[in-house]
Ligand binder design. Structure first.
Ligand code: C2E
Ligand code: MG
Ligand code: MG
Ligand code: MG
Length: 286
């Protein structure tokens, strides 16, 4: 009986795997077609400099306007694109759009640092860093106005080629951030040995700050770590005024979250940033 059950479950496993694979392949082709047909957009979410209370940065977040499904969340297609390799095309699209938009902002007197998200796979190519630096150079966007966000999982792999690409980018002035910091398993030693200059505290840590004692103490420690390592620190998921006051008291360098604004299309971001910077964000506060 055990044998029958065994082979039965193997059968189910294969069937499930087959369906998953087919789903992934279908999505892969939809992404490639979507890129060709211009279904993807880059939105910008504001990042606020705590000390000056200005919108000096933003994060580029990809959006998919699917003709039938409407807006598809990156949480739904990025993980699969990472598996199938479609992430390479998506990453290229975001990079090309960002250098254009940086220029568009600069031409309107908004000097902003733009962060883009990168997946580990995008650093596998020996020429990745050279390629991105070439795009920067040709566009006129200074390297130190670009930041690349990577996750802790990438540091864990410790791949020589990925490390070299990171080194090259950082040497050229590109900022490198650990995204969702605290959710992975990287040790502080990893952090020190990589050319990282920014950490982004994952929004899950901010959630109950400053009301939950232990959670609040944890965020304090994460901010201290960044200060100790001479890194810049960005808090993600800032939604309340109480969190803003707390982060200010802790000298958290930058803040990002729905309290200041969600990711919006380029023109909307430009307007939002100018208004915020001219009024020192007073419109936003009651
Ligand atoms: P992430 O890089 O950690 O980006 C932050 C996510 O948190 C964004 O979700 C943003 O909309 C959301 N968020 C920001 N502030 C708040 C807040 O105050 N409260 C809450 N509840 N959420 C907030 P989004 O745009 O859906 O992106 C999800 C993830 O998809 C990103 O997480 C990133 O890992 C990935 N992603 C997005 N665009 C790209 C891309 O161009 N390339 C790659 N490789 N990954 C991307
Ligand atoms: Mg990010
Ligand atoms: Mg993040
Ligand atoms: Mg996050």
């Amino acid at each position: 009986a055990a044998k029958t059950t065994g082979s039965l479950s193997v059968y189910f496993f294969d069937e499930q795997l087959r369906q998953t694979t087919e789903k992934h392949i279908a999505l892969h082709h939809q992404i490639i077609r979507g890129l060709e047909e211009g279904q993807f957009r880059v939105y910008y979410q504001p990042v606020i400099d705590t000390a000056s209370h200005k919108m000096t940065r933003c994060e580029a977040l990809i959006r998919w306007e699917h003709p039938e499904r409407g807006m598809v969340s990156p949480a739904e297609f990025i993980p699969i694109a990472e598996k199938t390799g479609a992430i390479i095309g998506l990453g290229e699209f975001v990079m090309q759009q960002v250098v254009k938009d940086w220029k568009y902002f600069a031409d309107d007197n908004l000097d902003v640092t733009i962060a883009i998200n990168r997946s580990p796979r995008e650093f596998n190519d020996r020429e990745a860093a050279d390629h991105w630096l070439k795009i920067l150079k040709e566009s006129g966007m200074p390297a130190d106005k670009l930041m690349m966000e990577i996750t802790e999982s990438m540091l864990m792999r410790n791949k020589e080629r990925q490390f070299m690409n990171l080194r090259k980018l950082r040497d050229a002035g590109v900022h490198l951030a650990i995204d969702d910091f605290g959710t992975g398993y990287s040790s502080l030693n990893y952090l020190r040995s990589y050319p990282i200059d920014v950490i982004k505290i994952d929004r899950s840590f901010l959630q109950d700050v400053p009301y939950h004692g232990q959670q609040t103490a944890l965020v304090e420690v994460l901010i201290r770590i960044a200060h100790t390592l001479n890194m810049q620190v960005i808090a993600e998921g800032v939604e309340t005024e109480a969190q803003v006051d707390f982060l200010r008291a802790q000298d958290c360098h930058y803040q990002q979250g729905f309290f200041y604004g969600q990711a919006v299309p380029r023109d909307e971001f430009l307007k939002m940033a100018h208004t915020f910077n001219q009024t020192k964000g007073k419109l936003k506060k009651s």
